[in-house]
Design a protein around this ligand. Structure first.
Ligand SMILES: [Zn+2]
Ligand SMILES: [Zn+2]
Length: 245
């Protein structure tokens, strides 16, 4: 078996991230990841999939999307979609139908940040997954680095602290999400688990301080998902259908 390191769930300027796909590729090449999966909100961005190379290093960029119903208030139930052959945002209003449509299009789906607490310091509302009546998704995003951050940042000052000392985060998934995974598995469902970064490379200003908090490169060294493949990546990005789990 061949082990690869995947960093998944990140945003570019096509939604609410600050960087470009090229920035992400450059950051990934500086770290040890083999694959990055970019997931902008409610848009399947075309034209960036493939290998990016620098000297002896190469990384594979794949593009999925993070779909949620923008008409819903609050805007909960975010679904990560990988490998679907077409745009899925049109099915956002009904989570079960969305999951079914992703499966039909040959894709994989994962409820994102299942427990995502409010972070008043950043005007972030609670955007947890709520609709647990759904079935037939591939798995859950057991560990979302940004949700974890929201649990340790009660004030903006804490945010500044972690922006300068990021090694103090990325220590564990939210215990409530671990308990939920146990519950789902105990109910007999097959639920895979992935870790996501939810990288946005956001800019933060506070008085004289200006900093990109949690740049892509930081995330690529924090929460990653490891996959075991029958062999190494082929180096050919014009692949066949996405593997089914
Ligand atoms: Zn989200
Ligand atoms: Zn996200």
């Amino acid at each position: 078996m061949h082990e690869i390191t995947i960093n998944l769930h990140m945003h570019t300027r096509y939604s609410d991230g600050s960087g470009t796909h090229k920035d992400i590729a450059a950051a990934a090449l500086k770290t040890g990841v083999d694959v990055v999966i970019v997931t902008d909100h409610n848009v399947l961005v075309q034209g960036f999939e493939g290998y990016y190379k620098e000297k002896t290093r190469k990384i594979l960029m794949l593009v999925g999307e993070e779909v949620h119903d923008q008409a819903r208030d609050p805007q909960k139930n975010h679904l990560l979609v990988f490998g679907a052959s077409r745009e899925m945002a049109t099915f956002a209003d009904d989570p079960q139908n969305l999951i079914n449509q992703v499966r039909e299009a040959g894709g994989l789906s994962f409820p994102a940040h299942p427990d995502d607490p409010e972070a008043k310091a950043f005007n972030e509302t609670d955007i947890s997954w709520e609709d647990w009546s759904v079935r037939n998704y591939t798995g859950i995003e057991l560990w979302n680095a940004l949700s974890e951050l929201k649990t340790v940042v009660p004030t903006k000052l804490h945010g500044v602290f972690y922006a300068f000392f990021p090694a103090f985060v990325a220590s564990q998934p939210i215990p409530k999400t671990l308990a939920k995974w146990d519950e789902l598995l105990a109910s007999g469902q097959k639920v895979a688990a992935v870790g996501g970064s939810d990288a946005h490379a956001l800019h933060m200003n506070m008085g004289p301080l200006h900093r990109v908090i949690f740049p892509y490169e930081f995330h690529f060294r924090a929460v990653n998902t490891h996959a075991l493949l029958p062999g190494p990546l082929s180096g050919d990005a014009t692949m066949g259908p996405f593997p089914r789990l």
